[in-house]
Design a protein around this ligand. Structure first.
Ligand SMILES: Nc1ncnc2c1ncn2[C@@H]1O[C@H](COP(=O)(O)OP(=O)(O)OP(=O)(O)O)[C@@H](O)[C@H]1O
Ligand SMILES: C[C@@](O)(CCO)CC(=O)[O-]
Ligand SMILES: [Mg+2]
Length: 420
């Protein structure tokens, strides 16, 4: 195999505005330091072109492969600029996914495999490669796994095809320049369309550019929090699919256009208020506690409106009731219908209370709780309860001397060095 390229991209949480953002409202999101990593290796001349395109999903121990001959039989040659039409011409790729006989229990992956075939063909053409994917993110749980997959895949494919320059810094890592990031984001958005149907673009945008953002109708504004926000993420482990949830909200909006327009408009105001509060400096008059109370209140109001949209779930309601016993309001994050729930943990909240909340959540329904600690460099799911919003951006690693990749912990260390 020739020189491999690795790209990594983060998942996200949405503090307010999911679903409504698809209908033009403002939303607030932040990247988290749980990432998906994609490596692309191309056959060297010495390999005599293996004649295979291979996708290895390492965490899931799944390998998909297609002969170049078969791909050429089925796939059209398509445009190489990021546009919907270039991926629409690739509908025929669906049969190539079906032929892989994905086990019923993992059928949700078909969308990701389909997006892979579309992005690979559109960006690199019909050529052999070995693409290896690993991820810290739970799939289909509201933490933006689909976007992190599309962003890291697009970045690695663009870098391996020369559309992103790979002048390494001393660590071998680099951040693409802003034009390159735009290109990555546009392709990732096309990939998200394949997985989600009608994405707003918020997930791929926050995964590409990192940090905390306010997003509306395709436009991002970076925002900066004056104080760290600590969040508890509870994973209900109830599987769901963002595409179906987004479609459900659109159907409700068609049935009740007036009522839903009011709901979306209320969410827009909440997101704008929230972003103003997050960005305001804490003074004596407006203490951190007051700020946190307002953030909690706005998140709670947003949750009420998400219930109006029909995207809550009994498992989410259980988490809400449980945290509320401790005066801690929560809201779902991402697509809803299960998946993850966010709870702001106020700065002055005693550790003993947090322990009690977690114990009670864990007791709710077997193993309902899963915590992530993002304040340290290792991107691993931990049984520790907090994570802090963190600034992350996608980074590419290029192994010039064809040596083996660093272990994930070392990569994290490099990321920490590069991180802002
Ligand atoms: N690492 C990955 N490898 C392959 N496919 C992936 C990967 N990550 C995500 N996907 C694809 O994305 C799907 C999950 O996307 P979905 O949008 O439903 O959930 P999510 O992105 O985790 O949550 P949300 O969109 O609410 O933030 C998976 O079922 C799979 O098809
Ligand atoms: C539900 C949604 O609003 C967020 C999913 O993380 C969908 C989208 O904006 O693409
Ligand atoms: Mg998604």
């Amino acid at each position: 195999m020739g020189v491999p390229v690795v790209a990594r991209a983060p998942g996200k949480i949405i503090l307010s505005g999911e679903h409504a953002v698809v209908h033009g409202s403002t939303a607030v999101a932040a990247s988290i330091d749980l990432c998906t990593k994609v490596s692309v290796s191309l056959p060297s001349d010495a390999d005599g072109a293996s004649g295979l395109l291979e996708l290895r999903l390492e965490d899931l121990e799944l390998v998909f492969s297609w002969s170049i001959e078969r791909l050429k039989e089925i796939l059209p040659v398509c445009d190489t600029s990021p546009s919907s039409s270039s991926l629409e011409t690739l509908q025929s790729a669906a049969i190539l996914v079906e032929e892989q006989n994905i086990p019923e229990a993992k059928i949700g992956l078909a969308a990701g495999v389909f997006a892979f075939l579309c992005l690979h063909t559109a960006i690199r053409g019909i050529k052999p490669a070995v693409v290896v994917v690993t991820s810290d993110l739970p799939l289909g749980s509201g933490l933006g796994s689909s976007a992190a997959f599309c962003v890291s895949l697009s970045a690695a494919l663009l870098a391996s095809s020369g559309s992103i320059s790979l002048d390494c810094n001393e660590h071998g890592w680099l951040s693409p320049n802003s034009e390159e990031l735009e290109l990555v984001n546009r392709w990732a958005f096309e990939g998200e369309k394949v997985i989600h149907g009608k994405p707003s673009g918020i997930d791929n945008t926050v995964s590409t550019f990192g940090n905390m953002i306010m997003f509306q109708s395709g436009k991002l504004t970076q925002i900066k929090s004056y104080a760290p926000l600590r969040m508890l993420i509870t994973n209900t482990k109830v599987g769901r699919n963002t595409q179906a949830l987004v479609a459900g909200v659109s159907e409700r909006a068609l049935r009740y256009p007036g009522a839903m327009a009011s709901v979306f408009s209320a969410v827009d105001s909440i997101s704008k208020e929230l972003s103003a509060i997050i960005q305001s400096p804490a003074t004596n008059d407006f203490s951190i506690t007051e700020k946190e109370e307002k953030i909690q209140e706005l998140m709670e109001m947003n949750q009420g409106l998400l219930q109006c949209m029909g995207v809550s779930h009994a498992s989410i309601e259980t988490v809400l009731r449980t945290t509320l016993k401790y005066q801690l309001p929560s809201k779902l994050t991402g697509g809803g219908g299960g998946g993850c729930v966010l709870t702001l943990l106020p700065t002055l909240l005693a550790g003993a209370v947090i322990d009690k909340v977690i114990t009670e959540l864990e007791g709710c329904q077997g193993r309902m709780f899963e915590g992530f600690h993002g304040a340290i460099a290792k991107h691993l799911p931990f049984r520790l309860p907090f994570f802090e919003l963190s600034s992350r951006e996608i980074c590419l690693k290029f192994s010039k001397n064809n040596s083996a990749f660093e272990e994930p912990a070392v990569i994290c260390e490099l990321v920490e060095n590069v991180g802002r």
